[in-house]
Design a protein around this ligand. Structure first.
Ligand SMILES: [Zn+2]
Length: 389
């Protein structure tokens, strides 16, 4: 049985204890008492040292706590040291979570279903399908107001049958460890907490995500929130410098720039079509007619898709009398055929016939058709030969 020293003192980082049991060559150690918090209830385990040996993991095995060490431990007594920065961070996030859960419950009757404390941020899942930006802002404001009131967080031990007014019913029997925030909240919890809400520092709500019928809210407390706000400011300042504008004006500037970029892309496409129309006509004029007066242009590309620009070129070429335009690509194996209305040819039928012979798929209208062939069947280099034009 391991006595959990962190139950009564979250700030205890140095302690003496006796070794009850070791296994796996002294790298799994059970003590009679420990200040090390094991992973449980959404809060990750502590790190630190036992007699100078690194503690890699702390596992909760109900009535005992196992310390997983980086090297074997010898001897029967130990001095344990818990890494304070990590513990304090977890205390800020976990107490912040109780506060936020209480506030969401109070303001919007949104109950907390689960809590996860990650390395970068923490999340709670609330049993509501939607939370508006205004609701999030109200919850953040209220939680920070409670932080500024510096309410006490207290730990008490009560019999489960007698414990009343808990935010969430506990299914445990016997003695419950209850963490309360002033008159605001009472929750059964085994985690480590700060002494007053002031120590949470601040709560910053981040993104939300809908997960089935619940909403996941990401939040940061204390030092994490400050680090994040600093990173946000640096990123925004970088954007503002690019625009040579004050930070607060950048959202509107970004919107304007994006609209301008979209307009520019549209005009570019329009110009490309116009240019290809002119190029198609020029190409027609440069192509000598055969004895029957027909002008043929064949273009075999080693690779690349037969794109819109090429299609425009083909259409422009065939807008002139008695014209045929064939383009092929070896990769992906494909063909494009355009014919002028007076050519007496049907592009769709010709395409179907040619491509089907080679096991591909294709078709189109009388004037314009496209087809593709199976990859790597040996036809790709001789697609042109499939056509009798
Ligand atoms: Zn808790």
């Amino acid at each position: 049985m391991t006595e959990r020293l962190y139950y009564s003192d979250s700030y205890l980082t140095r302690f003496q204890a006796c070794v009850l049991e070791t296994s796996e060559r002294g790298q799994r150690v059970v003590l009679d008492r420990t200040a090390f918090y094991p992973s449980s209830g959404g809060q990750p385990h502590d790190l630190g040292e036992l007699n100078g040996i690194g503690v890699l993991d702390v596992v909760d095995e109900e009535d005992r706590i196992v310390h997983v060490l980086a090297a074997p431990l010898t001897g029967t007594s130990v001095e344990g040291v818990v890494a304070w920065d990590r513990r304090r961070d977890h205390m800020q996030q976990h107490s912040g979570q109780h506060l936020l859960s209480a506030v969401f419950d109070l303001l919007f009757q949104a109950r907390t279903l689960s809590f996860h404390l990650g390395a970068e941020s923490a999340t709670i899942d609330l049993d509501t399908p939607i939370l508006s930006p205004a609701q999030l802002q109200a919850a953040e404001l209220h939680a920070n107001h409670v932080i500024q009131q510096d309410l006490p967080l207290a730990v008490s031990f009560e019999d489960a049958a007698q414990a009343a007014g808990l935010r969430k019913e506990s299914t445990r029997e016997g003695t419950l460890r209850i963490v309360s925030i002033g008159e605001l909240d009472r929750s059964a919890c085994g985690g480590t907490h700060v002494r007053t809400t002031g120590e949470i520092g601040l709560v910053l709500l981040r993104k939300t995500e809908k997960i089935r019928n619940s909403t996941r809210v990401e939040f940061l407390c204390g030092q994490r929130a400050i680090t994040r706000a600093r990173a946000d400011f640096d990123a925004l300042s970088q954007i503002a410098r690019q625009f040579s504008a004050p930070l607060d004006e950048t959202p509107a500037l970004v919107t304007t720039q994006l609209e301008q970029a979209k307009d520019a892309a549209k005009s570019r496409l329009k110009l490309a079509i116009e240019l290809n129309t002119l190029r198609g006509r020029a190409l027609y004029n440069q192509t000598p007619p055969d004895p029957a007066g027909r002008r043929r242009h064949v273009e075999n590309r080693p690779q690349g898709p037969l794109d819109d620009e090429l299609r425009t070129l083909a259409i422009a070429f065939c807008s002139q009398p008695n014209a045929v335009f064939l383009a092929t690509s070896a990769n992906p194996p494909s063909a494009l055929l355009a014919v002028s209305p007076d050519s007496g040819l049907h592009a769709g039928n010709l395409m179907k016939q040619a491509i089907q012979t080679a096991g591909g798929k294709g078709g189109g209208s009388a004037q314009l058709a496209q087809g593709s062939l199976p990859v790597g069947d040996g036809h790709s280099m001789s697609i042109e030969k499939l056509f009798d034009i």
